[in-house]
Write a protein that binds this ligand. Structure first.
Ligand code: ADP
Length: 277
C-alpha cells in the first residue's frame, strides 16, 4: 500500500501480554483529514492499538510513522509534540482544577519542549507519570516565556470558548463539579488545545446518555468538517457509521475487515464477530 501520503501509518504492529496476542500484526493508515474508527468485540485489541500509537505502550514488533517519521520508539510526551493528542477511556481530568486550567495542562510541556529542563523532565516526569507530569511542569517547571504564555493563553481561550458555546459559562468551575459528560468534554478540549495533527479518542461517549452522545457526535462532525484527522475507538455503531470515512474491524488482535461504513456494516465476517458470540 502507498503510505507516503498517510498522516499515520502503522505496519505489522504486535503487542503480546503474557501469551495473549492483544495486537497481532496490525497494519493501517490514516490520511490527513480522515476520520477512521476501530470497532470490534471486547478484548479485540482496540485500546491496545491506541495505546501503542500514543506511546503509552511499547510495541513488540512493527512500525508507527507520522508523516513518514517513525514515532514507535518515542515516549508519549514526544509523540504529543509531534502532533498526536489523545483522550483516555474513562476521562482523566484533575478534579480540583478548573475547566480552564485542565485545558491548559499539557500545553506547557509541549510548547517549551526544547528547553533543558523539559528534556530532563521528559526523561523522568513525563515518562513515568504522564498526565501528572504535565501538571508538575505547568506549575513548577520551566516558566513559559511571555511569548509562549501568550500562545498558551490564546489556544486555551479558543478551546474554552468552544466549550462554553455549548455548555455555558463554565470555565472557572472545578472539574469535580462537572457532570461525567462534561469532564469528558473538558478532556477533549485539552487534547484539541494541542492543535494535534491526529486526535485519538478512546470511547468518547462511554457512559453517556443518548442526548450527550448526540452532542459528542455533533462535535465530531464539526471537527471532521474542520479537517481534523481522528482515530476513534467507539462502541456505538450508529455514531461510528455516521462520522467515519473508514472503519477498521478488529477481532482477536487482528483486522478482519476494513472499508467504508456501509461496506463494513454488511460484511459477513463482521456480523459473525459481533453476533457469533
Ligand atoms: P479492546 O480495547 O478491544 O477491548 P484491549 O486492547 O483492551 O481490547 O485488550 C486486548 C487483549 O489484551 C485482551 O485479551 C486483554 O485482556 C489483553 N490486555 C490488554 N491490556 C493488558 C495488560 N495490560 N495486561 C494483560 N493483558 C492485557
Amino acid at each position: 500500500a502507498a503510505t507516503s501520503d498517510a498522516l499515520l501509518s502503522v505496519e505489522g504492529l504486535e503487542r503480546h501480554f503474557d501469551g495473549v496476542r492483544a495486537v497481532d500484526g496490525v497494519s493501517f493508515t490514516v490520511a490527513p483529514h480522515e476520520v477512521v474508527s476501530i470497532i470490534g468485540p471486547n478484548g479485540s485489541g482496540k485500546t491496545t492499538t491506541l495505546n501503542l500509537v500514543s506511546g503509552a505502550l511499547r510495541a513488540g514488533a512493527g512500525t508507527i510513522s507520522l508523516e513518514g517519521r517513525r514515532i514507535d520508539h518515542a515516549d508519549p510526551a514526544r509523540i504529543a509534540e509531534e502532533g498526536v493528542a489523545r483522550t483516555f477511556q474513562n476521562g482523566r481530568v484533575f478534579a480540583t482544577l478548573s475547566v480552564r486550567d485542565n485545558v491548559e495542562v499539557g500545553l506547557h510541556s509541549t510548547l517549551t519542549a526544547s528547553r533543558p529542563f523539559r528534556r530532563l523532565s521528559r526523561l523522568f516526569l513525563l515518562r513515568w507519570i504522564p498526565l501528572l507530569g504535565e501538571l508538575f511542569i505547568a506549575i513548577i517547571g520551566t516558566p513559559a516565556s511571555r511569548r509562549e504564555q501568550k500562545q498558551i493563553d490564546a489556544r486555551v481561550e479558543s478551546e474554552v470558548q468552544r466549550f462554553e458555546a455549548r455548555l455555558g459559562p463554565r470555565r472557572d468551575d472545578p472539574a469535580y463539579s462537572l457532570s461525567y459528560a462534561n469532564r469528558r468534554r473538558t478532556e477533549i478540549a485539552r487534547a484539541l488545545a494541542l492543535q494535534p495533527k491526529l486526535l485519538l479518542l478512546d470511547e468518547p461517549t462511554a457512559g453517556m446518555n443518548q442526548s450527550e452522545t448526540a452532542e459528542v457526535l455533533e462535535q465530531l462532525l464539526q471537527l471532521k468538517a474542520d479537517g481534523q484527522a481522528i482515530l476513534l475507538v467507539e462502541h456505538k455503531l450508529d455514531l461510528v457509521m455516521t462520522v467515519s470515512d473508514r472503519v477498521i474491524v478488529m477481532d482477536g488482535g487482528r483486522i478482519i475487515a476494513e472499508g467504508a461504513p456501509q461496506t463494513v456494516r454488511h460484511d459477513p465476517a463482521v456480523i459473525e464477530a459481533y453476533l457469533g458470540r
